[in-house]
Design a protein around this ligand. Sequence first.
Ligand SMILES: Nc1ncnc2c1ncn2[C@@H]1O[C@H](COP(=O)(O)OP(=O)(O)OP(=O)(O)O)[C@@H](O)[C@H]1O
Length: 239
Amino acid sequence: MIDVHDVKCTIGVKKANLTVGTGEVFGLLGPNGAGKSTLLSVLATLHKPTQGRVTVQGVDLIKQPKLVRPMIGYVPQDIALWEHLTVKENVRLWMGLAKSKRDKTSLLGLYEELGLSGLLHKKVRHLSGGMKRKLNLLVALLHDPSVLLLDEPTVGIDLPAKHDINEWITKRAKEGMTVLYTTHDMHEILTVCTRFAMMSHGEITFTGTHEEAFNLANSQSAKIETYEEAIFHLMRQSS
Ligand SMILES: Nc1ncnc2c1ncn2[C@@H]1O[C@H](COP(=O)(O)OP(=O)(O)OP(=O)(O)O)[C@@H](O)[C@H]1O
């Protein structure tokens, strides 16, 4: 579980409050520059807020970042891989950096799960965009985190790869993983997220389910007939 209470940063985040439950897929939406990546980097312990409190699985992230780090897998927006090395070599390096004790069988299971088994000896620069995204995801899982932070994990990839990643996220969440991810994709918001928050100018302007978004938007405009229209309405209103 992630709990963000009145978080403020020098740049990017003015006031953020949200709670993500265990096994939930929670979406973070908002226009470019809204502060989503900054908030995610706070949760990844890369950025210290000037104000507020954050707990992950009940542990205070600001006071005890070293205890929280092993619980978190963070997938940044930019792909963090060595292009000239093979998939296996990249994973070996990341295992060292993450101090991962994952054994060979479980590592092979992870490759299999993400559809990378046949690509271990391929150089990263020869992988498709979708496969690079999947490998980026795999390296964030090497230390077996229970919380996953994904910054636009499916941006710029083809539909089958997007589908695979979203299916994988849903499956892992059903097994108990807590997932928070930023996206600009309406289909993902509607089909993958159980709840979501909207962020604008550094503030969270809405948190809730699709139905709660619909009820709120519908109470403000008689023209709202679908969840999609409700989300666009709330986004326009807060921008
Ligand atoms: N290192 C930095 N130095 C100065 N300003 C920054 C820095 N990082 C972020 N910002 C600013 O903070 C604000 C929030 O940026 P952030 O990247 O968190 O937004 P975002 O919602 O993730 O946007 P996007 O959807 O484009 O990824 C923006 O105005 C951005 O210009």
